[in-house]
Design a protein around this ligand. Structure first.
Ligand code: AMP
Length: 279
């Protein structure tokens, strides 16, 4: 893969646009690929369920891997090159060198998923070195992940331009995720409380409420109405530092992690620079 990409670069081919994924592709992933295609980049996708970013009691073993369907979707979307290594290939050297971030990675999802972001940053650094993309596209669905990759790229001087694309949602508002397929029909209905909580927070913001504590109360009460939902965290933070804020405004990230039955769902809303809440 590294040689292939080096040859592409040496030939003077189009700039490489890269979308790393864990597969089980849905419209959210496809929107990232389309972003690459629309920019006239050479579209490269990776599918790798990265064992390093799963905790011992998490869903690594049962994570869905519909590879043939994924390959077809990649072909249909115009992907030029699909990289799908095995864990043995990726970690042939044994995982003994890691990329670790010691501040933002401990917050939000990092608190309940110890080692998760170390796994993510390590594999993304490896993928960047293998693919050597000019541009890489990530989804704001995983806002903390996107921010940590920005921090890694800046800290380690990795020569790649990052793009963070909007969240793609189902018609009723549920953020698309490969894990949504774990939800039973009843859980799927209840999962809407996450989007409802963020929508109510957006309404409060539009009505002029600027206290983060009021937003958190409102979101907690909305999630509390759902008997199958249990809160992992509800946070209102500065997107750059991921530190809690008291007063909300442009650059504020509203972030939730909620368990519905056995499935952990995350979602967020960002107040854009122009002051509009982006869900
Ligand atoms: P994953 O396969 O879950 O590792 O996700 C691969 C990439 O797709 C990451 O950059 C995610 O943030 C992005 N992604 C996942 N779900 C969505 C979504 N609903 N909308 C936009 N991007 C998404």
């Amino acid at each position: 893969m590294q040689e292939l990409m080096a040859r592409h670069r040496a030939r003077g081919g189009a700039r490489i646009g890269f979308v790393p994924t864990m597969g089980c592709l849905h419209a959210g992933h496809l929107s990232l690929i389309r972003e690459v295609v629309q920019r006239g980049l050479f579209p490269v996708v990776s599918i790798f369920v990265n064992p390093l970013q799963f905790g011992p009691s998490e869903d690594f073993g049962r994570y869905p891997r519909p590879f043939d369907q994924d390959r077809r979707l990649c072909e249909e979307t115009g992907v030029a090159c699909l990289f799908a290594p095995s864990p043995d290939e990726m970690y042939a050297a044994g995982p003994s060198v890691y990329v670790d971030e010691g501040d933002l990675s401990l917050r939000l999802c990092g608190a309940s998923r110890p080692g998760h972001f170390r796994g993510v940053l390590t594999v993304v650094a490896k993928l960047f070195n293998i693919v050597q993309p000019h541009v890489a596209v990530f989804g704001r669905k995983d806002a903390q992940q996107a921010r940590l990759i920005e921090v890694m790229v800046e800290s380690l001087n990795i020569p790649v331009e990052l793009v963070v694309a909007p969240i793609v949602r189902e018609a009723d508002g549920l953020a698309m995720s490969s894990r949504n397929r774990y939800l039973s029909a009843e859980e799927r209905r209840e999962a809407l409380c996450v989007y409802a909580a963020l929508s109510e927070a957006a309404s409060l913001y539009r009505a002029g409420e600027r206290a983060a504590s009021r937003a958190i109360e409102s979101m907690a009460s909305r999630i509390g109405d759902s008997p199958r939902a249990s809160v992992d965290y509800i946070a209102v933070v500065d997107y750059r530092s991921l530190c809690p804020v008291e007063v909300v405004g442009p650059g504020t990230l509203y972030a939730l992690a909620v368990r519905i039955g056995g499935t952990r769902l995350i979602d967020n809303m960002l107040i854009r620079p122009d002051g509009e809440p982006a869900l």
